[in-house]
Design a binder for this molecule. Structure first.
Ligand code: IDP
Ligand code: MG
Length: 199
């Protein structure tokens, strides 16, 4: 009888499981498998799929109970939530977040606005997520924001424009680091990748 090495048996079983996975396994099982076979997963074959951006529902959006609708729009587009928390933001964090605006006449009222209540901060992931999310959010001034965008649908005045989104990939990286600890972000494979992305 030929002795079969243990690692070969493991590999054989694993590849058999993988081959039969697409129809018979649950979503959770497929997520586990994708985690094991991450280097062969669809998402890693597509450039930019792991791009991330910071989105924050501002205090007016939270007070007006728009959190669910904003999350819904990002989810239904096909983006993936990898971090989420409600925070009462400090002036120190905002001073760094809005460092480019510190000389603007509206800066003091912007700080009052952003500290007036809790903010729901999120990190979203996906192909071109920074640019796509900015388009979904709409123009800074709601009067110029197209209907169908979040600001175009849910806001009227530039000083109460309900949602923030990073405006470039470089800024997104800085803002994510500012708002989230690495341990607060979750790397996970969504089981519907094959229906969102084409390699
Ligand atoms: P953005 O949020 O679309 O990236 P920024 O120019 O970065 O726009 O401005 C940050 C935030 O500052 C805006 O979302 C808005 O809340 C506030 N803001 C910008 N311009 C004005 C203004 O002219 N008056 C009052 N608030 C403003
Ligand atoms: Mg901005």
């Amino acid at each position: 009888m030929v002795a079969v090495p243990q690692c070969f048996v493991g590999r054989f079983l694993f590849s058999g499981l993988r081959a039969s996975s697409s129809r018979t396994l649950s979503c959770a099982q497929r997520t586990w498998l994708h985690g094991r076979a991450r280097s062969h997963s669809a998402s890693s074959d597509i450039p930019g799929v792991k791009e991330r951006t910071l989105v924050a529902v501002k205090p007016d959006g939270v007070q007006r109970r728009l959190v669910g609708q904003i999350i819904k729009r990002l989810e239904q587009r096909g983006f993936q939530l990898v971090g989420l928390k409600m925070v009462q933001v400090s002036e120190e964090l905002l001073a760094q977040h809005y460092v480019a605006l510190q000389k603007k006449p509206f800066y003091p009222s912007l700080l009052r606005y952003m500290t007036s209540g809790p903010v729901v901060a999120m990190v979203w992931e996906g192909h071109n997520v920074v640019k796509s999310t900015r388009m979904l959010v709409g123009d800074t001034n709601p009067a110029a924001a197209a209907p169908g965008t979040l600001r175009g649908d849910f806001s009227v005045h530039v000083g109460r424009n309900v949602v923030h989104a990073s405006d470039s990939t470089e800024v997104a990286q800085k803002e994510i680091t500012l708002w989230f600890q690495r341990s607060e972000l979750v790397d996970w494979e969504c089981c519907d990748h094959g229906n969102i992305y084409h390699p």
